[in-house]
Design a protein around this ligand. Structure first.
Ligand code: SF4
Length: 475
């Protein structure tokens, strides 16, 4: 292949090299093609974190009106791209729609100063519900000639083909299939964190002061651990969630998942893992097979600590054995329990009730399975004062009985495009966080978040410190 390939890790905070960038690098390496990663995100973090510019830089892309020190950023980017020539190729993974502003800025700089070809892909190139023909943002970039091709979906296949065809591609490259992407099994050298001792931590963000082994040492940083996939998308259709729209639900063969764990343990010796799935939700039998497989694997290779988001189900669809196996396989759960009011849970289209939530809390406690972080929502459009007041029963439960909660995260409800909640709210897409309805205003939502955060902080179970989460909630 002619020319060189550069994979840019563009800003998407925090200061982590994303696993998907490593997966893409592996794709090139397996084809024997040149590919180097340039971590612009880390360089921006290093230069601007804790400066007067940080707040705006952190907000750029989320609140587009944020002023940023553009000239300093241009200089930094050009310095990092000094080896890129106009016959090379730059690839950018757009992690989410919030990364788009960064992508546009970087593409403009590259096209103006270097003039090489640019290819983009990732979840951020299309909005929830968009397919090949509706992807407006991709059209906009292509029309402006800011990018040369956009990979939509299944880049494991389309990018591989593009590499084999010397990047003889342009426009939108779309592929949709029901097969699980053939990724993973990274070699040892890619699993080492290249910026391990240089990463910039926002110590105001994570509560390192939580007195629990999960918040110390390597476990505090489990988000950096190797990511293994078991399922993509979600089989449920919760009203507030865009995951089922973004990605069809699909589960990977359990043997493949176990083999990938085995691969990393035997090649890297690492013991901490993170399932990169949106949530584990769907087939109970596949989940049980995974737990059983992990048990066998750990009998053979010793302890493996693994963490994943996991959905709550009705109690009659779980078993004691499931929780026993979670404990025996060192599984740390990050469940989205979402609410305590049955009325709200019902409207969300959850199949479970507060009784089921209680069952989960009790079973996790009985089998000593850590609830590493648990997600709760406030300000759901139908949430009344009375519904919100029901959170008292959760706090009472955590105050008065044994439990295994390590920390909690309180999110305010966002309204997604295509959401069935749209018919309940007034929303201006230029400022979507300020949606209103009969029960809710931005002020009400933030006030409820503040109250619940304060309660979790009081009992020592709040994951993030206030300052940061309020800023994020306002976006
Ligand atoms: S179970 Fe979780 S991931 Fe699935 S649709 Fe509901 S909120 Fe989204």
């Amino acid at each position: 292949m002619s020319g060189k390939n550069w994979l840019l890790h563009t800003p998407r905070f925090p200061d982590n090299l994303s696993w998907s960038i490593l997966e893409l690098k592996n794709l090139f390496d397996k084809q024997g093609e040149h590919c180097e990663i340039i971590d612009i995100n880390h360089k921006i973090y290093k230069k601007f974190f804790n400066t007067q510019h940080w707040e705006n830089i952190d907000n750029f892309g989320v609140m587009i009106r944020s002023p940023i020190p553009v000239f300093k950023i241009i200089r930094l980017i050009l310095r990092e791209l000094r080896c890129v020539k106009n016959n090379h190729r730059v690839l950018i993974n757009v992690f989410s729609t919030e990364s788009r502003s960064w992508c546009e800025l970087i593409c403009s700089i590259i096209k103006m100063h270097i003039g090489c070809k640019i290819y983009i892909g990732g979840n951020g190139v299309y909005s929830p519900g968009e397919g090949e023909y509706e992807s407006e943002w991709a059209n906009y970039l292509l029309n402006l000639k800011l990018v040369d091709a956009v990979f939509l979906n299944q880049a494991d296949v389309t990018l591989k083909q593009a590499i084999q065809n010397d990047f003889n591609v342009s426009g939108k490259i779309y592929r949709h299939s029901a097969e699980f992407p053939s990724l993973g099994f990274l070699p040892k050298h890619l699993v080492e964190d290249p910026i391990k001792d240089q990463r910039v931590y926002d110590s105001t963000y994570i509560r390192e002061d939580i007195d629990h082994p999960a918040m110390q040492g390597e476990l505090l940083d489990i988000e950096w651990a190797p990511k293994i996939h078991f399922s993509l998308g979600c089989v449920k259709q919760c009203t507030f969630c865009d995951i089922p729209i973004l990605q069809n639900w699909i589960t990977r063969p359990v043997d493949d998942v176990i083999n990938e764990f085995r691969h990393y343990v035997t090649t890297t010796g690492r013991r901490y893992y993170f399932l990169g799935d949106s949530t584990i939700n769907g087939s109970t039998s596949a989940w049980m097979r995974l737990l059983q497989g992990m048990y066998k694997l750990q009998q053979e290779l010793g302890p493996i600590y693994w963490n994943s988001q996991i959905a709550v189900k009705p109690a009659n669809r779980t078993s004691e054995e499931e929780f026993e196996l979670m404990n025996k396989t060192n599984f740390h759960a990050s469940p989205g329990m979402d609410h305590v009011s049955d009325k709200v849970l019902h409207h969300m289209r959850k199949k479970y009730t507060w009784e089921d939530v209680l069952y989960y809390i009790d079973m996790y406690a009985k089998h000593n399975v850590w609830i590493r972080d648990c997600l709760w929502l406030v300000g759901y459009p139908t949430e009344t004062e009375d519904d919100f007041a029901e959170y008292t029963k959760l706090i009472d439960r955590l105050d008065n009985k044994k439990h295994t909660f390590v920390s909690n995260i309180v999110n305010v409800t966002y309204i997604n495009r295509n959401s069935p909640l749209l018919e309940l709210v007034d929303i201006d897409w230029n400022d979507p966080n300020r949606w209103t309805c009969d029960n809710s205003t931005p002020e009400v939502r933030l006030q409820r978040k503040r109250i619940l955060d304060d309660e979790f902080a009081r009992i020592g179970k709040l994951k993030y410190k206030h300052k940061d989460t309020y800023k994020r909630a306002l976006r």
